[in-house]
Design a protein around this ligand. Structure first.
Ligand code: AMP
Length: 448
């Protein structure tokens, strides 16, 4: 299959080639023709499958071939990072066209967004809350919109945007094309599909399943061993960038500070950071200024860094969906990646939920040198429906990388014992003593 068979214009084909895309991904091959034909499309595809280009390319072509005037395409997405990423794709793939595009989200000024919404842009990528703010001021004319995209619909609903989306959708012309993308199809998404689309064509690509190029593993630890385990994982020689997820912003800060003290080049991404800080963190992570990005779930949907080789869940995610979205940050566009989850005995129930969602047990990779903890035993998972869950074992790593459970330094001595907890305070990330023998993390270099 080649892009030339999809009905895209020569200009778009040139930009596709410039991006180095040689073959369409499955979602692109399946979604581009019906979108070009003007149909409503539901794309059930996990993150990292190339779904952004799957809707951006045909939208650009349809915009180029229809008369200009007002906002014609509206893309709604849950996070600012994702909005910027989509806008980046629009501008890269639409370079040289006359299509004007802008993003609309909170945390930054209103003026430039107001100008774009008053008719300065053909295509708007927006987060729902700020878009509604603008709409309530009366200058957004939605009557010219011919295409609506609801991207990451499951996440939009998880984040409580259902009422906002409803209000936005009711202001759009009924005769429009609606494209809805979601990694999962729960009852809420199904309701939204019914309310917002007309006779849609559904494209289902092993949704609810992460990319099969990802190797998953559970690293059993005690809460107070987490920091040591993370340091050990980061010391291993691996190519690429590492994304670390924590449960809270505060923990993200503490983990990042500790890694900095160890000499790592670390950035932080969470909602207490200003938009500028968030953008700098992402840009620096992308261009290799930072090796490690410590983030909360807000970042899970917005990060597209093709070199992410490892996602480390410092804290267990709250839901299996969150797990799938977090680890969807690695193994993007059919590259390989590792997803390692530090799991304490208290995380057992969640491990089971994730294993059930994936349809297979996750391999356990205890770290040598850490005192043994009560392991999280694998469950006998139900037989997977469709393709088996991706549980590529590091031991048989086709990419020739060292196994995750073996130190590449054969003589590595065991870690120093963790500092005892004070009785009136729970263990915090960063509490553990730095093992005296360990090299600092700044020696670690990732070829990009
Ligand atoms: P997405 O799922 O849209 O976030 O895309 C994930 C990554 O895949 C992005 O880095 C894209 O640049 C990349 N990508 C999209 N389409 C292709 C393709 N046809 N070939 C190779 N990479 C692609």
């Amino acid at each position: 299959m080649s892009f030339t068979t999809l009905g895209l214009s020569p200009m778009l084909l040139t930009h596709i080639a410039r991006q180095g895309y040689t073959t369409p991904t499955p979602i692109q091959a399946a979604a581009i023709p019906p979108i070009l034909a003007g149909n409503d499309v539901i794309g059930l595809a996990q993150t990292g499958t190339g779904k952004t280009a799957a809707f951006v390319l045909p939208i650009l072509q349809r915009l180029q071939r229809s008369p200009a005037g007002g906002i014609r395409a509206l893309i709604i997405t849950p996070t600012r990072e994702l909005a910027e990423q989509i806008l980046g794709t629009v501008r890269t793939l639409g370079a040289g066209s006359r299509i004007r595009s802008a993003s609309v989200y909170g945390g930054v000024g209103f003026e430039a967004q107001e100008r774009a919404l008053r008719g300065g842009a053909d295509l708007i990528v927006a987060c729902p809350g700020r878009l509604l703010d603008h709409m309530s001021r009366g200058y957004v004319h939605c009557g010219t919109i011919t295409t609506l995209v609801l991207d990451e619909a499951d996440r939009l609903l998880d984040m409580g945007f259902a009422p906002a989306i409803r209000r936005i959708v009711t202001q759009l012309p009924a005769a429009r094309q609606t494209l809805l993308f979601s990694a999962t199809m729960g009852p809420d998404v199904a309701d939204l599909v019914r309310a917002a689309t007309r006779d849609p064509q559904t494209i289902r690509l092993s949704s609810d399943r992460p990319a099969e190029t990802i190797a998953h593993a559970i690293v059993p630890v005690a809460e107070e061993q987490k920091m040591m385990a993370l340091l050990e994982l980061l010391r291993r020689e691996r190519a690429g960038a590492v994304l670390v997820f924590t449960r809270t912003k505060h923990r993200a800060d503490r983990v990042a500070q500790r890694l900095e003290r160890e000499g790592a080049r670390v950035a932080r991404l969470h909602s207490n950071r200003s938009q500028r800080q968030r953008q700098m963190a992402l840009d620096g992570f992308r261009d290799g200024t930072f090796d490690v990005l410590v983030a909360t779930d807000i970042a899970a949907r917005g990060i597209d860094v093709s070199t992410v080789s490892q996602v480390i869940n410092f804290d267990m995610p709250d839901t299996s969906d969150a797990y799938i979205h977090r680890i969807g940050r690695t193994g993007r566009a059919e590259r390989s990646g590792d997803a390692l989850t530090l799991a304490t005995p208290a995380d057992r129930a969640m491990v089971r939920v994730i294993e059930r969602a994936l349809g297979a047990p996750l391999p356990r990779h205890p770290l040598p040198g850490l005192p043994m903890v009560d392991d999280v035993p694998p469950v006998a998972a139900p037989a997977p429906q469709g393709r088996p869950a991706p549980t590529r074992d590091h031991r048989a790593d086709p990419y020739g990388r060292p196994p995750a459970h073996q130190s590449p330094r054969p003589s590595a001595p065991p870690h120093a014992a963790p500092r005892p907890r004070t009785p009136d305070r729970a263990a915090q990330p960063g509490d553990e003593a730095r093992p005296a023998h360990q090299p600092s993390l700044h020696r670690r270099r990732y070829p990009r």
